[in-house]
Design a protein around this ligand. Structure first.
Ligand code: IFM
Length: 471
């Protein structure tokens, strides 16, 4: 068997590791792409408030218009189809379904997502829906946000409404996207909405997010929509100690706990990591974590979504408040959002879940590269850095499969350039360039490359993995 790289630069035997029904998708999130912030009954969210507060986002950027995906969803779906994708992960804006966060339902918002699901299905694109991708209805934020236990139950009510309407048409559901980011950026470091800087109290918000996941999953099991599965997406990182010195090992343990174990352990082991008591004391307070909560949180999921971006070396540094550690980027290029470009780390994230937690189906629900893309005088966006990142991503996923991990799909972050939260529109993650002045979409070189790769994968499968004569 010849195993030569084809135009994607990926060896055929590598593509042959991916199953024939591999999901080749892209992902977005409501607040980052939809715009239409005041249309069709949408209620205000904590991100509207935060982004409209001077100084909170770069250049004061907001999601008011974003990529106008709310109005352009059909043509965006057509683009995905044209570019060979068979899966789309998007989030529902809670405040479009329940503008006050609870109670009255806004049928216009519900109808919008129902039509979106139908358009995807008509084109053979499988929807994966995230129920909470960070935009919390403002009335719930006003009532304490994730510090308030009641928010978890309001989430379950909202999830039930959506599941009742769309459950049978959407095969894969995610309760939450990246609870770590909500906490680390929104509750500990103050960079995202709602902007708190309190590590110690953040444990309370962690627990209520995890409870929201568990209660949402319980409603899903009660409704049991035909053919549908539910999971959660975690943002996993690969921290490594700077040295074997006890202080570095300890700092690394803490950082790993703060990002990975504090979410994985309750989901799969039904406990919070005992060694995080000092960092998140309320996770060990019976008034916060009540009897039975961890049993709800650890009910089995059908699959796990893994987002991966961060890879760093951890060095003890007592001058750094709370964590007492510095994160050092490994040598090599850094992307425009200040993230080290080490896509290979996804292999160890996937293998870790498989080996230390549970063997279960996994989807890479986000990976992507942020660059300062621009349209050149010939009209092209030559994002070779993103192509390189995605090629290495796919090779790393194939490596995990070879090691026995049941990873079933990749959703590139992101379909479109969008609002990168506190960084505003200053960095671009999309496969499609968005000209924000005209809302024109321009396929970047990476979009063409992704389509070629998907086609190559189909051809590899059509030949039973042996392309000796086909290329
Ligand atoms: O843009 C975000 C997304 O909302 C969640 N995951 C990480 C992406 C890039 O920072």
């Amino acid at each position: 068997m010849i195993s030569a790289p084809h135009s994607s630069g990926i060896e055929q035997r590598t593509l042959a590791q991916l199953p024939s029904d591999f999901r080749w998708g892209a992902a977005t999130a409501a607040y980052q792409v939809e715009g239409a912030a005041r249309d069709e009954g949408r209620g205000p969210t904590n991100w509207d408030t935060f982004s409209h507060t001077p100084g909170k986002t770069l250049n004061g950027d907001t999601g008011d218009v974003a990529a106008d995906h709310y109005h352009r969803v059909n043509s965006d779906i057509a683009l995905m189809d044209d570019f060979g994708m068979n899966a789309y992960r998007f989030s529902i804006a809670w405040s479009r379904i329940m503008p006050s966060g609870s109670g009255a339902i806004n049928s216009a918002g519900m109808d919008h997502y129902s039509r979106e699901v139908d358009s995807l299905l008509e084109r053979g694109i499988e929807p994966m829906v995230t129920l909470f991708h960070w935009d919390l209805p403002q009335p719930l934020e006003d009532a304490g946000g994730w510090f308030n236990r009641d928010t978890a139950y309001r989430f379950a009510d909202y999830a039930e409404v959506v599941l009742e309407r769309l459950g049978d048409r959407v095969p894969r559901w995610l309760t939450l996207n990246e609870p770590w980011t909500v906490i680390s950026q929104g509750y500990s470091r103050g960079l995202h909405a709602p902007g708190y800087r309190d590590y110690h109290k953040a444990g309370t918000a962690i627990h209520h997010l995890m409870l929201a996941h568990g209660e949402g999953l319980a409603r899903f099991r009660q409704l049991s929509p035909t053919g549908a599965e539910m999971g959660i997406t975690l943002c996993m990182a690969v921290p490594r100690p700077w040295s074997q010195a006890p202080a570095d090992l300890e700092a690394n343990r803490l950082l790993d706990g703060e990002q990975n174990r504090v979410y994985l352990d309750p989901l799969f082991h039904g406990t919070y990591p005992a060694d995080l008591g000092e960092l998140f004391p309320t996770l060990f307070d019976d008034n916060i974590v009540r009897d039975g909560d961890l049993a709800v949180i650890s009910k089995p999921v059908d699959f796990l979504g893994v987002n991966y971006y961060l890879n760093h070396v951890v060095k003890a540094d007592p001058t750094v408040p709370v964590l007492g550690a510095r994160l050092i980027d490994p040598p090599g290029p850094t992307m425009s959002a200040g993230i080290a470009a080490v896509p290979e780390g996804i292999t160890s994230c996937l293998r870790r879940v498989h080996q230390e937690y549970q063997e279960l189906p996994m989807y890479v629900t986000e990976m992507g590269a942020s660059l300062h893309d621009y349209v050149d005088p010939t009209g092209r966006v030559r994002d070779s850095g993103r192509i390189d990142y995605l090629r290495r991503t796919i090779e790393s996923i194939a490596e995990a499969r070879q090691a026995g991990v049941d990873v079933r799909g990749l959703y590139v972050w992101s379909l479109l350039d969008n609002l990168e939260w506190d960084l505003g529109y200053s960095v671009r993650f999309g496969l499609f360039f968005v000209d924000y002045g005209t809302q024109k979409r321009i396929p970047k070189d990476s979009a063409h490359w992704y389509r070629d790769t998907i086609n190559e994968h189909s051809a590899v499968n059509a030949n039973g993995g042996d392309l000796g004569s086909a290329w």
